[in-house]
Design a protein around this ligand. Structure first.
Ligand code: ATP
Length: 198
């Protein structure tokens, strides 16, 4: 099966694009959702995370405080690498277990940090969502409670727009409305279907 790795910066539109592919019947694997599942209470990764970080990261219900964790890792690169070294191997195993179980011409694997963490093994094509930075910031601000500074901090820990475009096999430009995104998704869908049969 053809495996398309979808990536892009914070608030670039990855989830929105996944939903559009999903509407066309394409199976989606989302690394963020898997990471979320792997950090639910009682998952082995949670104990490892609090051993490395601090038990203060758990709230009264035993849930990981994701905002606290995000603040720590985006202000301290070493901590970010430590978290990645715990989570990423588990996420990768889960991604490929899910792909193995699929029966479709192609699938989309959404990995926000595909290029930053070199998770490109087993990915056939890299699909980049390219979004002007000011739109990334304004859309993220509308969606989250993050401040502009926090968003900038996250963006500076991610690869640049130029680096992403350089690595891309395919690009979706998200600088307009959803109808425009839908058109680009449909064109790519047909291309991927064709590729998967050739
Ligand atoms: P993150 O990696 O930060 O989770 P993301 O790349 O998955 O973000 P989305 O959640 O898809 O990005 O988009 C960010 C916000 O921008 C969402 O609220 C989404 O509805 C909105 N959005 C995305 N694309 C468009 C668009 N073309 N027009 C209007 N709103 C958009």
């Amino acid at each position: 099966m053809l495996v398309i790795g979808l990536t892009g910066g914070i608030g670039s539109g990855k989830t929105t694009i996944c939903h559009l592919f999903e509407k066309l019947g394409v199976p989606i694997v989302d690394a963020d959702i898997i990471a979320h599942e792997l950090t639910q209470p009682d998952q082995p990764a949670v104990q490892k995370i609090i051993d490395v970080f601090s038990p203060d990261l758990l709230d009264e219900a035993g849930l990981l405080d994701r905002n606290k964790l995000r603040q720590i890792i985006f202000s301290d690169p070493d901590k970010r690498f430590e978290l990645e070294s715990i989570l990423h191997p588990l996420v990768l195993v889960e991604i490929y277990t899910r792909i193995q179980a699929m029966d479709a011409p192609y699938c989309i694997v959404c990995i926000p940090l595909l290029l930053e963490t070199d998770m490109t093994e087993n990915i056939d094509r890299i699909l980049v969502v390219d979004t002007p930075e000011e739109l990334q910031i304004s859309r993220t601000r509308e969606r989250d409670t993050l401040t502009s500074d926090e968003i900038q901090q996250i963006m500076s820990a991610q690869v640049s727009r130029e680096q992403r475009l350089k690595a891309a096999d395919d690009v979706i430009t998200n600088n307009s409305d959803i109808a425009n995104l839908e058109k680009q998704v449909t064109v790519l869908h047909n291309t991927y279907l064709e590729m998967s049969t050739s």
